[in-house]
Design a protein around this ligand. Structure first.
Ligand SMILES: [Zn+2]
Ligand SMILES: [Zn+2]
Length: 311
């Protein structure tokens, strides 16, 4: 796709000048993202998947439990009793970096092919880049997908890294990738509370929210991670309950079960009650108040059904 908007043009230009993923980063992916196997025969001979070296080991059970180290190339191997001679694995790994004011997440596909007795072949191809602007807008660069096959990792590796319309697949590859531990982070993200921990959230999703949603920023800074996650994954609930949440906090109200409390607020709203009044939203006995509201809602439904039948 030809870049059209100003931001797309800028991203395309910056991306073309980005240095390739470094040898150190690729080496890390080789060590950490794919399995390294010691193929073991019945007789106790182990063959290293990395360099192809074969040796005899007598520490059978110990090797199985703790893995072993290849005496030749010193790779840490996971020992498998197998007659299999070929092992293939494909994974994604990501490098989190910055470029000219953008937070960039680069995803590379790594693929290993090992044949027993031969050195492992390892390939690394960058397939997706997500460029997040300081106001949280995401521009996607990617290779072309082979759309002939449905859900397999088939990228057209010869295609160009181009600006492309958003595809949920780009979210998936980021979410399923292991991240290179050395990260470069925009100062805006650090200022908004990011300290290096993703709390199980995909980096693109978290960064985008931290840069564009002041609620997420507030919760992150306050260390209220569980609440942050709940509101991040339930944006509608956040829209409905945020103002009340702040009021409840100000009144030092202890919310034990956030999703139940938001559910309670929705009922209060249906009952026409003021969601900014702490008397309503901070009940002393929460469970009793919740039950009470549930009964009132149920009574309304009952009335409606009766009216329906009389007609
Ligand atoms: Zn022996
Ligand atoms: Zn080896």
């Amino acid at each position: 796709m030809k870049p059209k908007t100003k931001i797309q043009k800028e991203v395309a230009r910056l991306s073309a000048n980005l240095r390739p993923i470094s040898a150190t980063q690729i080496d890390w992916a080789y060590r950490h993202c794919v399995e390294h196997i010691g193929y073991r025969t019945k007789k106790g001979n182990i063959t290293c998947s990395d360099c192809g070296h074969e040796w005899h080991s007598d520490s059978g059970l110990c090797d199985t439990l703790e893995g072993c180290t290849c005496p030749k190339c010193h790779a840490e191997l996971k020992v498998q009793d197998t007659r299999r001679r070929i092992y293939k694995e494909t994974q994604n790994f990501s490098v989190i970096t910055t470029c000219k004011g953008y937070q960039v997440i680069r995803v590379a596909q790594v693929r290993c092919e090992s044949r027993k007795g031969e050195p492992m072949r390892f390939y690394c191809h960058e397939v997706v880049q997500r460029w997040i602007s300081p106001d949280g807008k995401v521009t996607d660069m990617a290779l072309l997908r082979g759309f002939l096959f449905c859900y397999c990792d088939v990228w057209a590796l010869g295609s160009d890294m181009e600006v492309r319309p958003h595809n949920s697949l780009y979210d998936d590859v980021v979410a399923r990738s292991c991240a290179y531990p050395k990260m470069r982070i925009l100062p805006q993200l650090r200022r908004n509370g990011f300290k290096g921990d993703f709390h199980g959230i995909s980096p693109v999703r978290l960064f985008k929210a931290l840069l564009s949603d002041p609620r997420i920023e507030t919760l992150m800074k306050g260390g209220e991670i569980e609440v942050m996650k709940h509101f991040l994954f339930n944006t509608r609930t956040a829209d409905e309950c945020w103002a009340s949440y702040l009021i409840a906090k100000r009144h030092k109200y202890q919310i034990d079960n956030l999703s139940m409390w938001c559910d309670y607020l929705r009922m209060l709203k249906k009952l026409g009650q003021d969601l900014r009044n702490p008397k309503n939203i901070c009940p002393e006995d929460f469970m009793a108040a919740h039950d009470n509201a549930t009964r009132k809602i149920e009574a309304i439904h009952e009335k409606e059904r009766a009216a329906e039948q009389r007609r």
